[in-house]
Design a protein around this ligand. Structure first.
Ligand SMILES: C[S@@+](CC[C@H](N)C(=O)[O-])C[C@H]1O[C@@H](n2cnc3c(N)ncnc32)[C@H](O)[C@@H]1O
Length: 229
């Protein structure tokens, strides 16, 4: 029996799965290249996670999706594929360069019609949606500054209906989630933000939640998946 080193081979297995399942879509990969060339950080979801988001969106028949954290529009594109031509994705991004790269990518891949990029700090955008009594979203993907996760969750709930699915990315952070919250400094505000958001999800009477670990080219992480009840 061959023994494999998990750390060393997780990236190779991810690549194998992506290739054997055909998860790389040409237009979306071009978008990733464009984002790299524009200097955006390589912190988007993997192709497997992107397809997971598309499938989840399709499985619940989501027509309206809210995303917090656009970057170059990679996960946005998968969500846009999930909602279909008559669906809508609203995505929040505060870096003008990220938003403009995302807009170009979505236009090039023919998905721009179903996506609205809201430029500005996500908290303000969400508060405006709430005050304007925006129609509830069917799925909300939270993937921005993790220190504000609870801020986003509180607002996400106000923009939800019973059955809305919440996905919270990067909840494991290479195991840093185990660190003692009382020992965390300002540098680890995102770790504390994730810890607080998991407790919030556990304690909220309107939420049913789980979390799954992931391993791949970008290391060890995971996501929380919740349903508004
Ligand atoms: C991890 S990246 C998003 C990756 C993207 N969801 C994907 O998988 O393709 C996080 C993004 O959130 C944006 N962001 C961070 N803090 C924000 C805030 N307070 N309001 C709006 N956007 C923010 C960052 O500029 C960055 O583009």
């Amino acid at each position: 029996m061959t023994h494999h080193s998990t750390d060393r081979e997780a990236g190779a297995v991810e690549q194998y799965l992506e290739e054997s399942l055909g998860l790389h879509l040409e237009s979306l990969e071009k978008g990733r290249e464009h984002a790299r060339a524009a200097g955006l950080p390589a912190i988007e979801v993997s192709a497997g996670q992107g397809k997971f988001l598309q499938l989840l969106t399709e499985m619940i028949g989501a027509r309206r999706v809210l995303e917090i954290g656009t970057l170059g529009g990679y996960s946005t594109s998968w969500l846009a594929l999930g909602v279909g031509a008559s669906g809508k994705v609203i995505t929040c991004e505060f870096e003008p360069l990220h938003a403009s790269v995302a807009r170009e990518n979505l236009e090039r891949s023919g998905l721009a019609d179903r996506v609205e990029i809201k430029l500005g700090a996500a908290q303000g955008t969400l508060d405006t949606l709430i005050s304007k009594r925006a129609e509830a979203f069917d799925l909300i993907f939270i993937d921005a500054d993790k220190r504000n996760n609870v801020v986003y969750l509180e607002r996400a709930l106000k923009l939800s209906h019973p059955g809305t699915v919440l996905v919270l990315d990067n909840v494991v952070r290479g195991g840093a989630i185990l660190d003692d919250p009382s020992q965390l400094g300002n540098q680890e505000a995102d770790v504390r933000g994730v810890q607080e958001s998991l407790l919030w999800l556990r304690d909220h009477p309107q939420v049913s939640v789980t979390a799954l670990q992931t391993l791949g080219a970008k290391g060890w992480d995971g996501f929380a998946l919740a349903r508004v009840v």
